[in-house]
Write a protein that binds this ligand. Sequence first.
Ligand SMILES: C[S@@+](CC[C@H](N)C(=O)[O-])C[C@H]1O[C@@H](n2cnc3c(N)ncnc32)[C@H](O)[C@@H]1O
Length: 164
Amino acid sequence: MHANSPVVESAQEGPHRRLSEVVERHRAHVWRQPIAAHSRQAWATLRDWLAPRSDSPLILDCGCGTGASSMGLAQRNPGSVIVGIDQSLQRLSRQGEIGDGLLQLAANAVLLRAPLQDLWRLLRADGIRPQRQLLWYPNPWPKPEHLQRRWHAHATASLAACSW
Ligand SMILES: C[S@@+](CC[C@H](N)C(=O)[O-])C[C@H]1O[C@@H](n2cnc3c(N)ncnc32)[C@H](O)[C@@H]1O
């Protein structure tokens, strides 16, 4: 795979000092932002695709970008189903046309356009538990004061119970 990303520099050298406090706050409050209609539509499409594959372990490639990593996961895990999720139509479209929000990548893999903060809640509400979730190279907000912008530390990120 082509590697041309700049090295991320940060004054934060370990877990954020406010991490426990932020996680506790998220645990104590329900996130009330309404789920977008397009997220519900994307989830309905994905649910239909997953239904006949429900016996296979589910692996989520969160913030998959162009989906290159999802394709690699599909090849290395032929007994699993892989769902690459990203909110960027532009990035996902490198693999082909995203019709109704879903693009079939391989027999055992699709790409889905959706915001993860909605999809995590929808998965949980329907009792779907991924076996694994992967989060490769999330947008770097390297400064400690950027904690609130790190979407993978979002209130909903812990909802899809599984191993990361
Ligand atoms: C730095 S890129 C990394 C892409 C890929 N994982 C990689 O390693 O090349 C971060 C990706 O996260 C996606 N992203 C950011 N916030 C998101 C959100 N709330 N829901 C879904 N995708 C999101 C962006 O669109 C982008 O493609």
